[in-house]
Design a binder for this molecule. Structure first.
Ligand code: SD4
Length: 321
């Protein structure tokens, strides 16, 4: 019996390695409902998951968990892709994009927000305290200050020096997989079985002033449908915006695809519409109502972190190229 099981497992592993799917999250193939679960993009997701887990493990709400979780990289000045210390635009201004979506389908977003360390919390206030979904730029900042957020200089000395160096050539070229920490997208299912998601970023380094990516756009960077699942993207926002990849992945889960298949098909769709896809990276993660998860990317080295009662680990996603 044991030997048969061993042979079966090794042949699955051999099959996966032939497909280039080593380090695949095999727990996602377990059909049993697992909750709570939290997943988030990139290596730095693991630290963010720990704060989310403090809420989820006590029976807390997924919405609170994803907000608290993504606040960790937002406040971390040492990473250059989210919140404080984020790379500025080409004019030297740090402009942040974020959105949040709850189990009731409510959503709040801020775009091109300056001077606020936690755009995700401003997005939540937009969702809960206004009749709107998106506030942008000056209006978003004014709203944040009215809600009691403090103005902070987000441009660190390190980011400023790097931007000044960039100005010498001013060559705008999005880099694939910046130091394995880019936008943080986080999805959670709580012990009640409810789903929520959050996504927050400083966007692409040295973008044009006023440029908004996919991350704060519902259906593009993030989508949650509490009946079926949730998905979040990272990578070159322009192509995600044109393909509404998060909405598509959730729609695929509604059509009974697993989160893994949903991510793969959503990325394949994007590739079919993007002739230069080899020059850019998009990664996505998804979770369904059973707590099963999936992840897929165009290029290697897109990592995601998963935390549950049985797992607390960073995985590399399967990839196209
Ligand atoms: C954007 N999607 O602003 C974000 C940035 C990102 O990996 O995720 N980069 O386009």
């Amino acid at each position: 019996m044991e030997r048969r099981k061993f042979i079966k497992n090794s042949s699955i592993a051999m099959g996966l390695s032939t497909l280039g799917l080593n380090n695949l999250d095999l727990s996602s193939m377990n059909k049993k409902t697992e909750k709570p679960v939290v997943i988030s993009t990139w290596d730095f997701g693991l630290a963010a998951n720990q704060d989310a887990w403090k809420i989820l493990s006590k029976g807390g709400r997924a919405l609170d968990a994803v907000e608290q979780g993504v606040m960790v990289p937002e406040a971390d000045a040492s990473n250059s892709s989210v919140g404080l210390g984020g790379a500025p635009d080409r004019d030297g201004r740090v402009t942040l994009d974020a959105c949040i979506m709850d189990e009731k389908g409510n959503a709040g977003c801020v775009t091109a927000l300056e001077h606020i360390v936690h755009p995700i919390s401003v997005a939540r206030k937009v969702m809960e305290n206004t009749p709107h979904v998106i506030l942008t730029g000056e209006g978003a900042l004014q709203f944040a200050l009215d809600q009691g957020f403090k103005k902070t200089d987000l441009l660190t000395e390190k980011s400023k020096k790097e931007w000044q160096k960039w100005l010498e050539t001013s060559d705008y070229k999005p880099v694939i997989n910046i130091e394995n920490h880019d936008t943080i997208g986080m999805l959670a299912i709580d012990s009640n079985g409810d789903l929520s998601g959050a996504c927050t970023t400083s966007g692409l380094a040295y973008k044009m002033h006023g440029r908004v990516g996919d991350s704060p756009v519902i259906g593009a960077g993030l989508y949650v449908d509490n009946e079926y699942g949730a998905a979040v993207c990272t990578g070159l926002g322009e192509v995600v915006l044109k393909n509404l990849s998060s909405f598509l992945a959730v729609e695929l889960m509604r059509n009974k695809k697993s989160p893994q298949k949903a991510c793969e098909i959503a990325i394949e769709r994007l590739l079919a519409k993007t002739p230069n896809y080899k020059d850019l990276q998009v990664g996505m993660i998804a979770i369904n109502k059973k707590g099963e998860t999936g992840a897929y990317a165009i290029h290697p080295n897109f990592t995601y972190a998963k935390t549950s009662n049985t797992i607390n680990k960073v995985f590399e996603a399967a990839h196209k190229i």
